[in-house]
Ligand binder design. Structure first.
Ligand code: P53
Length: 476
């Protein structure tokens, strides 16, 4: 093979809560993203107890895609997008999450949005749950620590599969389900699973329980989706940050392997329909008595995914330490800096070769089609007096990653479906809530405080990416 296959899905990726705004429009309910304030690099977003007066909640307006999507999709079409990845805000369809009947105004919004994409031949690629579950499910049920959420999620999934089966072919269940491997910090457990911990609570088994219920819900959704329409492609979505050993010391290597086990077992369950033995042994060693029934196991086995969607931004490095004889990985403590790579302004390690490594790792383990559904460079862009943005650093980042991705396809033979760079239009950062951390080919005039006209303009990278798509990745 000399390059990317015919019909390669070039496009861009976003998530509903990070760009739509319109947080109360069309009957939408409050989501977990609606109760998170703006933070910054090193300043965590505050998770408030409901929406409080006087706080800055950047997702409430975001970039107002809810009202401006036609203009934005026209720009995506101009870049030549073959696909557009976004999510369906669960709270537009089931505002509280536990209703029996969906909200028609929310369903109608996505009908119109998908029609607008299809008008230009752009395939929607849809995530069912991307850090935006109904907040009501947190306050009333404790989030995914409650088994009842399986039914609520499956109901939501069936409704949208049924409604959009002729408009949307590509689906994913839970965005970056494995972020919650970082359970000592508050962000990932809350955004992934609506988990709020009690002070002093043993967090780890709660995370495993929530993840288990999500994996069962994912499997049941896959099965239901196939029954509704066997031509749908339903995948998982994994945050891939490959973990390297700091040195070739055997214990460092073993530490890195254990770390990979602890961050990527989620993929084993999604793909193989069962838990890896190393994790079952770990549960036993730690005395975690999880609620995993025979019925759950049967559901997992019947709902294996069709493809692996993943994000790739950076790689990690770990090392063994004498105070950790079992070489257990704790994401909040076990990572060290990589002396061989540069970092972004937010400390994310820039490692294009790590993308080729990741593609090979997934392919070797699972032999399922792969889809890079996020990759990109969050940076501070400066608008010149004439309105232009010379984001050569973003072009350099993306070109280096695409070039490694091409090696994985051409030289290594991995089966890659497509590539959708993250935040193809500037949007609210998930991790920090900032506007200043920009990823887009399209600049949006809005700052961290919420000031700005919300006008859209093309950055230098806009034309560059247009060329990349037109040449099917030959012209970088
Ligand atoms: P932001 C952490 C590590 C890797 C990916 O992130 C992550 C996160 C969470 O911050 O999230 C994904 O906006 C996620 C998107 C997010 C994007 O990466 O923090 O799927 O929602 O916006 C970039 O710079």
């Amino acid at each position: 093979m000399s390059g990317f296959k015919e019909g390669f899905l070039w496009g861009g990726a976003v998530a509903a809560h990070q760009l739509e705004g319109g947080w109360k429009e069309g009957g939408k309910g409050v989501s977990v993203a609606d109760v998170m304030t703006a933070g910054a690099h090193g300043v965590p977003r505050e998770i408030t107890n409901g929406v409080l007066q006087g706080k800055n909640y950047p997702n409430h307006e975001a970039i107002d895609f809810y009202h401006r999507y036609k203009e934005d999709i026209r720009l995506f079409a101009e870049m030549g997008f073959k696909c557009f990845r976004t999510s369906i805000a669960w709270t537009r369809i089931f505002p509280k999450g536990d209703e029996l009947e969906p909200n028609e105004a929310g369903l109608k919004f996505y009908d119109d949005l998908f029609d607008e994409c299809l008008k230009y031949g752009i395939e929607p690629v849809i995530t069912l749950s991307h850090f935006e579950m109904p907040f009501h499910l947190v306050t009333e049920y404790g989030g995914w620590r409650n088994r009842k959420l399986i039914d609520f999620f499956v109901r939501f999934s069936k409704v949208v599969f049924q409604r959009y089966q002729h408009k949307v072919k590509y689906w994913m269940t839970f965005n970056e389900i494995n972020n919650q491997a970082n359970f000592h910090e508050d962000f990932a457990p809350f955004t992934n699973s609506g988990l709020k911990y009690e002070p002093g609570e043993d967090r780890e088994p709660v995370m495993f329980q929530a993840a288990h219920y999500e994996l069962v819900a994912s499997a049941l959704a896959v099965k239901a989706g196939r029954e509704i329409n066997p031509s749908l492609h339903i995948g998982c979505m994994i945050a891939m940050c490959p973990i390297y050993p700091l040195t070739c010391a055997p214990d460092d290597m073993m530490m890195a392997m254990n770390a990979m086990h602890r961050r990527y077992w989620f993929t084993d369950v999604h793909v193989r329909g069962k838990y890896p033995q190393h994790l079952l042994n770990y549960f036993e060693r730690r005395g975690f008595a999880l609620d995993i029934t025979e019925e759950d196991k049967a559901a997992l086995a019947q709902g294996c995914v069709d493809y692996i969607g993943f994000s790739y931004y950076m790689s990690f490095v770990t090392k063994a330490t004498p105070d950790n004889p079992q070489l257990d990985y704790d994401e909040s403590k076990s990572l060290v800096s990589n002396p061989y790579v540069q970092k972004s302004d937010w400390g994310w390690q820039i490692d294009p070769v790590g993308l080729r490594y990741s593609l090979n790792w997934f392919w070797d383990h699972y032999q399922l089609p792969l889809f890079i559904v996020e990759n990109g460079f969050g940076a501070i862009d400066v608008q010149e007096s004439d309105g232009t943005v010379n984001d050569q650093y973003r072009i350099d980042y993306l070109a280096a990653h695409i070039s490694e991705m091409k090696k994985a396809v051409v030289e290594d033979g991995v089966d890659l479906m497509g590539y959708t760079p993250w935040g193809c239009i500037d949007l609210v950062s998930a991790g920090t809530g900032e506007m200043k951390k920009r990823y887009g080919f399209i600049f949006v005039d809005k700052d961290n405080e919420g000031n700005g006209t919300l006008n859209r303009s093309k950055k230098k990278s806009f034309e560059w990416y247009q060329q990349v798509i037109a040449s099917n990745g030959e012209q970088l």
